[in-house]
Write a protein of this length. Structure first.
Length: 262
């Protein structure tokens, strides 16, 4: 069995499929850890989810865009006719999800059930390493062995797991400093959410900063989708995802540096 982690897919089914083909993925035996944000962006959200259904050993971590979609489906998002939140979400990829999965009243609930079963985080501890996988980030107090300052993951506000950029920014600020780690509890922490280009426009591949891997390489914009073997740390990348969808804008009307719903 091989073990892989993949960054934010954002409806880029063709890029996703190409990576599984590149690694000769074994759908029955290999493990895939998805860091969230399968939805919102490119047009093939449904196809991405259908492909996920075929993977026997799948760990699906919730991203902020899954949460936004669930808010839309449940009606928790304000009235589309008046609310800026609905308009902002649709501009950041929500329209593609609606077109792909159907309007709220017509969505096959297997997709909703799948998203609702996604995890806030995933810990993987084996004989060699302690690993943590989370979509956006995690408070440093959860990553320390110092019991006087430690905080339990189950006590964290879910907003941090879905939305924060503090962990990625902290890693970028300090990651090249000798001996730097984000806490001392985890040997490796894997994040999506913050496109590497948002930190440095030249970062087109996953970045390892301290003990943190950043796996979102801007697939929802003009970047590539990235997938990594967590044991060998070999990385595979798709072509720029916009090249698979030449007639679509994706989220390219928005900048990597757009703070809202990015």
């Amino acid at each position: 069995m091989k073990r892989y982690v993949i960054g934010d897919i954002h409806g880029g089914y063709r890029a996703f499929k190409s990576l599984l083909e590149q690694v000769n993925f074994d759908y029955e035996n290999d493990l895939l850890i998805c860091l969230g944000d399968i939805v919102d962006g490119w047009s093939e959200v449904k196809q991405c989810l259908d492909l996920m259904f075929t993977i026997e050993k799948l760990i699906y971590i919730r991203g902020n865009h899954e949460q936004l979609y669930l808010d839309y489906f449940s009606g928790d998002m304000e009235d589309p006719k008046t609310a800026s939140s609905f308009g902002l979400w649709t501009k950041h990829g929500g329209t593609a999800s609606i077109k792909s999965l159907g309007v709220r009243t017509a969505v096959d609930e297997k997709y909703i059930d799948f998203m609702e079963c996604s995890l806030p985080y995933y810990e993987l501890n084996d004989k060699v390493l302690k690993r943590l996988f989370v979509h956006a980030g995690v408070p440093v107090a959860c990553c320390t062995e110092d019991k006087s300052n430690a905080k339990k993951l189950e006590d964290v506000n879910q907003v941090d797991f879905l939305w924060t950029r503090d962990t990625a920014k902290e890693a970028y600020k300090n990651g090249t400093r000798p001996g730097y780690t984000y806490g001392d509890k985890y040997d490796k922490i894997y994040l999506g959410h913050t496109p590497t280009q948002k930190l440095n426009i030249s970062y087109s591949a996953p970045q390892y900063l301290g003990n943190i891997w950043l796996l979102d390489t801007g697939a929802c914009f003009k970047g590539r989708l990235s997938m990594m073997d967590i044991d060998t740390e070999q990385v595979w990348q798709s072509k720029p995802v916009n090249s698979y969808y030449p007639d679509e804008k994706g989220r390219n009307e928005k900048s990597y540096n757009d703070e809202q719903l990015a």
